[in-house]
Design a protein around this ligand. Structure first.
Ligand code: HMG
Ligand code: MG
Length: 335
């Protein structure tokens, strides 16, 4: 495995759209997901099977899944909060096929994401249960998903600050992350839900979590409320993480984290990791005749096409009646 490979998990269709007040038609969501796959993204969180009373915008996820095209190299995941969410998903994935059925084959959902939090206050606001109660609720969900052949990803919210209880003790993040791994999560995504994190607080939190969870299992999920998400990603990369969540156009915000903005824009992450390549190589010997380092970035994000991504960010932001918040996206489109 390439130590410089960075896995990007596109969460725009779920985290990015879940907070939108006006219903977005499933065909638009499906078009977004299809375009993201075409841009080279290999991991896309397509939606969630949560209570429509809690998050009305995700109510159409089943319809969205039925509308997405299959891109065999791209894996899709959906968020489930409980057994009912998983049941609803499994029903779609294995429909009773009647001999005359011309139904489209089920989409390639390879993974579910379960989610909990580092504080009870946030956990109650998000899922109406304490952290320990949510872990109890999720354990059998994870087991059944694994039995059904799905991979299970875990999220921990509010890993730096909580909108209700302030500064979060990294030891809480460590303990919850460990429990998710013990439940069978192959990856634990650490959510800086409020986007309060800085390189210093992210490093401090990671140092604590890494005492009990292998860094290769951890992912960074950084909201960009204060403009520090890219810096936080660079810090986490330095610490050994190789998986990051991002949202095209910087879409989003969490319904239960007032004032928090979207995830770091996928375009901004891809630019920070590989943008040097846009400007070609510098390979001429310089000064003492030693060949200079090339401008090629040492990070590899796979086949992601940044120009396409910038267009998608602009398009979906336009659909939502606003501008993309991606700095790299805007800069690229202005070139
Ligand atoms: P509850 O009200 O305690 O649940 O909510 P309940 O079991 O009493 O059910 C209430 C109603 O919801 C019932 O319907 C259920 O059938 C229905 P009624 O009988 O009243 O008509 N229901 C469902 N419907 C569809 N799908 C389901 C489902 N479950 C129950 N799966 C519950 C508890 C967990 C259901 C609720 O709190 C919930 O859905 N929460 C989800 C909140 C959410 O989606 N938050 C955003 C995602 S997490 C996030 O954004 C953070 C993250 O990005 C990381 C970060 O940035 O921090 C991942
Ligand atoms: Mg989030």
């Amino acid at each position: 495995t390439n130590p410089n490979f960075v896995k990007i998990v596109e969460v725009g269709p779920r985290d990015g759209l879940q907070n939108e007040p006006k219903p977005i038609p499933p065909p638009i969501k499906a078009e977004l997901i299809n375009r993201l796959a075409i841009s080279g993204l290999r991991n896309i969180e397509a939606g969630s099977f949560v209570s429509p009373k809690w998050v009305p915008q995700m109510a159409g996820t089943a319809e969205v899944l039925a509308l997405i095209d299959s891109f065999p190299k791209t894996g899709y995941s959906v968020l489930v909060p409980n057994q009912k969410g998983l049941d609803d998903l499994l029903e779609i994935l294995s429909p009773s096929i009647s001999p005359n059925s011309h139904a489209k084959p089920p989409p390639s959902v390879t993974e579910v994401a379960i989610f909990t939090s580092a504080t009870d206050a946030f956990s109650f606001a998000n899922t109406n249960v304490s952290v320990s109660g949510s872990l109890e609720r999720l354990a059998p969900v994870a087991r059944r998903a694994l039995d059904a052949g799905l991979k299970v990803r875990g999220y921990v919210s509010v890993v730096v600050t909580c909108p209700f209880s302030g500064r979060v003790d990294p030891r809480r993040v460590r303990d919850v992350s460990r429990e998710l791994v013990q439940m069978g999560c192959y990856e634990v995504s650490l959510g800086d839900t409020t986007g309060a994190g800085t390189p210093a607080s992210i490093r401090g939190m990671l140092e604590e979590v890494a005492k009990e969870v292998d860094v290769g299992t951890l992912a960074g999920h950084f909201h960009d409320t204060n403009g520090t998400a890219t810096a936080n990603i660079m810090t986490a990369l330095d610490f050994g993480l190789r998986t990051f969540d991002a949202s095209v156009g910087g879409l989003g915000g969490c319904p239960y984290s007032p004032g928090a903005t979207g995830n770091v824009a996928t375009e901004d992450v891809v630019y920070a990791l590989t943008g040097d390549r846009l400007f070609g190589d510098i390979g001429e010997p310089y000064g003492n005749g030693e060949p200079s380092e090339t401008a090629q970035s040492r990070w590899d994000v796979g086949p992601i096409d940044l120009a396409r991504l910038a267009e998608i960010g602009e398009w979906i932001s336009g659909v939502l009646g606003r501008e993309t918040t991606s700095r790299a996206g805007k800069a690229l489109l202005a070139r």
